[in-house]
Design a protein around this ligand. Sequence first.
Ligand code: UDX
Length: 440
Amino acid sequence: MKITVFGSGYVGLVTGVCLADAGNHVLCVDVDAERIATLEVGRCPFYEPGVEDLLARNARAGRMRFTTDPAAGVEHGEILFIAVGTPPQEDGSADLQYVLAVARTIGQHMRDYRVICTKSTVPVGTSRKVRETVASALAARGVVVDFDVVSNPEFLKEGAAVEDFMRPDRIIVGTDSARALHLMRALYAPFNRNHDRLMAMDVESAELTKYAANAMLATRISFMNELALLAEKVGADIEAVRRGIGSDPRIGYQFLYAGCGYGGSCFPKDVKALIHTGAEQGVTLGILKAVEQANAHQKTLLFTRIKAHLGSVRGKTIALWGLAFKPNTDDMREAPSRVLMEALWAEGATVHAYDPIAMEATRRLYGPRPDLILADSAEAACEGADALVLVTEWAQFRSPDFAAIKARMRNPAIFDGRNLYDPGTLRALGFHYQGIGRKG
Ligand code: UDX
């Protein structure tokens, strides 16, 4: 099929390369000429495993092209995906101006039937606004062209986005049109494993499904984080509790890890946006407000504990392992490492940081500053440190040479923000060890 994807950001590009790999002819449209130029030479503008390979393979095969010309995009695709950004506004609501600008452009150029598909995470009611915007642009031209609007939210995890797209748990398609559904079924047929993964529903339910999924996952995390604080007080170990409750199939093991808070581009933003939608509709989403509050508190925990242990952090050197909001990405959006670093700097500490991928992103974010030293290796970050903080659980931090690390540190203290290490082992090695919700 011929597919156009508006927006070559994270969601758009992953969607584009994966659909091209299934044999479709994909045209990616972006207003950012620099980004299009980067893509044309086969480089992916962000770090995501597998995307660059798929980009190269499908560009070579002639199935993947790029343009800044929206009219060409509207002409090319039978299905037009809208995958542009929906940044949060001051009040927590999603800013729809980019989504609606694409809708307007589509209405200005459309000549034949098109399926217009919202892929960006957009509040309930956006597909209706997209439909109205396209219709009014068509009316302004004085033409009548048939079209359908479909909601098809993505469920991609950063670091595993290609895998998630290629082997989805479910494909949500919200539409009231049999014609559009037929096209969507044909498009996604290659991604059905074992059984039909496509779930058809009405547009509003599809839109809400996306927020409900992320809000539920964020809730699990905040719930475990609060319980971890209680576990510490009553002398329980949250890891044992996690295993204990995870074995119940109604609960399950995933997304039950206590830690230093959730970050990233989705959970914080989507929880906020859903609370905002609730308020607009006169529904108080009290649980989600608490989820958000608990997470904000959780992100300050590491700092509070380091400070309590060291007395003061002024003039101290703190080693950080992991900067990205989670492993296998260079994404620093809402990363717990930022809350920690900024609190340390505000009180006069120096940060020695190491991350396998996100060093460049950190440099871009903070620029050169004397109290941030980006180390060459995980071990080098520990040189002269008064505390080592594990913030992101990259695989390479799992079994370090603790004796060598201890020899490099000024003060052997480990604050484990992801409960990666065994408290008993580290204490036996002579470290002051503190996890999140661990015993002792
Ligand atoms: C998430 C959803 O998983 C995905 O389905 C959706 O499409 C986009 O949002 P992503 O933001 O890439 O994906 O990250 P995810 O792996 O879900 O992790 C989010 C945050 O939660 C990370 O900061 C992670 O460290 C934290 N987390 C996750 C925990 O603190 N504990 C857990 O048990 C799981």
